[in-house]
Design a protein around this ligand. Structure first.
Ligand code: ZN
Length: 206
């Protein structure tokens, strides 16, 4: 096989991205070769900076360039409603939809017995402490993904918060979202509707 090894290495790296196979990886590599060199240089710089300079917000676990993310630094957000999401990516999607003006908390995990995954205990504890410390939080909106794991994740958070006597209102997005879909694929109108028609979530025995 007489393929230049740099091409091979590029394809091997590109094809590690979700949804990118060897074929697409090769297209990306050849596309790069057709662009001015400056493009490759900016791409490389951004990739390195992304990994080096982005960290998790101390307060909400969202993506931040300093200690706090732009949402946590914004004094004009509605501090009474806290939206709980599974990942920083979900937070970004809701933020981009413009449908929500409150604050966030990123769980950094979800419940899935099949995959042997669960929300880190430390994350639940941090959430609980935050709700207790920030007395302005009146409502927790669980914006987990519309699939079985999201449902389990919501119940786990709700159960944990009630067990630790967090007395705020707890609601969950009511989805016009396709079941099995993901927050990342929802459009602005759908997310807005899901937020508007959220319903209270209570444990069966409370
Ligand atoms: Zn934050």
């Amino acid at each position: 096989l007489a393929v230049p090894s740099l091409i091979e290495r590029a394809v091997q790296l590109f094809s590690q991205f979700p949804g990118i196979g060897e074929k697409s990886g090769r297209r990306m590599a050849f596309h790069l070769l057709q662009q001015p060199e400056a493009f490759s240089r900016s791409l490389a710089e951004v990739l390195v900076a992304l990994r080096r300079d982005l960290r998790f917000c101390k307060r909400c676990n969202g993506l931040a360039e300093g200690d706090l993310c732009p949402v946590c630094m914004d004094p004009f957000r509605e501090m009474s409603s806290l939206c709980v999401v599974e990942s920083a990516e979900d937070m970004l999607c809701i933020e981009e939809s413009g449908a929500y003006r409150g604050i966030y908390y990123v769980l950094g995990g979800y419940e899935s017995p099949l995959e042997d995954r669960s929300i880190p205990e430390s994350s639940l504890e941090k959430l609980k402490n935050r709700i207790k410390e920030e007395s302005r939080i009146k409502e927790v909106i669980l914006a987990t993904n519309p699939r079985v794991e999201g449902e389990l994740t919501s119940y786990r958070v709700c159960e944990y918060l009630r067990l630790h006597e967090c007395r705020c209102r707890i609601s969950r997005l009511s989805y016009g979202l396709p079941v099995g879909g993901a927050i990342g694929y929802a459009d602005r109108v759908t997310l807005h509707a899901a937020l508007e028609s959220r319903r209270d979530l209570e444990m069966e025995n409370s």
